[in-house]
Design a protein. Sequence first.
Length: 235
Amino acid sequence: MEAAFDFERSVVLVTGASGALGSAVAAAFDEAGATVCGADVVAPDEDDALVDPATVEFHETDATDEASVRDTVEAVVSAHGRLDAVCNIAGTWRGGDPIHETDVDQFDLLFDVNLKSMFLTSKHAIPHLRETGGAVVSVSARSSLEGGEGDGPYRASKAGVRLLTETIAEENLGTVRANAIMPSVIDTPMNREMMPDADPDEWVDPADIAEVVLFLCSDAATVTSGAAVPVYGEA
């Protein structure tokens, strides 16, 4: 069964819009009639960008830099007069080393890209989302639910996303809804390259995850806030 969403007159900001999941979320909102503002350090015309430029109003943004995030949020609201949803999709994965062999630069990268970006975008968007009764959806991870060998900083950064999501939901009860999605392995070009011997048929299509993001931002989810929603299929 396919669900239909109507986001006409809604303004949505998607971070990490040029990546596999971000571009799928942007496309889904565009198809549902939203004005989609895409934020990323990778422009749509760059070789590794996956976003269709026709689906987004692009804002070059370093989501780990507060001034850059603030300027993007202000530009979106100034241009459109409102902000109805924020999708914190920007993120990355690094792993392979135990904690005692992990370089501090790798630790900093993971917490900056995965957690600080979500914090900064939410911080500057929440005052505007309060005016519209809007929603925040952020990307945590199934692996953040427990410790594991070789990618502890990644898991910890994604656990932080989940806890900040719960905090935003608690601090904005009745005004702004905040939820996290919990993917496992997503079927992306990067994952196919990194895991050539794996079976991608067992992975989740970004477009299917995007539908869950739309639901969480829609009026159908008005009673859902502070949730960590599994999006890893039957894996």
